[in-house]
Design a protein around this ligand. Sequence first.
Ligand code: ATP
Length: 240
Amino acid sequence: MLKLDNVHLAYGPITAVRSASIEVRDGEVVAIVGGNGAGKSTLLKGIAGLMPVQSGKIAFDGNDITQVPPHLRVSRGLALSPEGRQVFSDQSVYDNLSLGAYFRGLSKAQLDDEIEKQFDLFPRLRERRNQLSVTLSGGEQQMLAIARALMSKPKLLLLDEPSLGLAPKIIQEIFAIIVSLRKAGITILLVEQMANMALAIADRAYVLETGNVTMSGTGQQLLHDPKVRAAYLGVTHNAA
Ligand code: ATP
């Protein structure tokens, strides 16, 4: 479904991602794990078209999208739930969700129907449908960011750090939702610093270190790999 071939991303003179070649297959949850500043968010921004690719190629659903602008990537089925949620804080929950589907040209009845589906997945948002998003808790804002991305009916959902700043109980809830999305047939590329949780639910995963993909394997292989455990799970080799 998604194939990156030697993708290079930079902020002016600062290279953030070097020669990244990754693949996401239909129906998979693929995780990208790595420490602070490894280039994980940059990689997702490049895939979403929010920053230009310096060199290399991105193919989605069999087509080269390297030069395709971000809004057309969304209409082709690529949606990003960004780091730090970035919901429209002065808009209601309902309006944020409507904006997620703006390009689909839905009638009011169709839009309401789609929003109801999101409320079935995130019942807490139903209770808060008319509240301004700024009044939501961090966990609720994260749910809204994911639901807004889902309103575009993506084939591939890019999820950037959904656990960021949330309490453990809410993180569990968010991860349970990710698993249920996968069961519903949505392919997911998940960027996470909580490597243990991401690897536990991932079919496959990549480790990104200072802009380089250094390891890849199934989620379970990486979860049990001594180097990954030492670097990202706080477990020493002896204890592993
Ligand atoms: P984190 O989880 O801390 O967000 P990350 O793995 O997502 O880390 P990125 O945010 O992609 O990492 O950052 C990769 C590198 O690019 C870092 O060295 C960072 O300082 C740099 N960087 C990120 N955003 C910018 C920017 N807007 N301008 C210049 N450099 C940037």
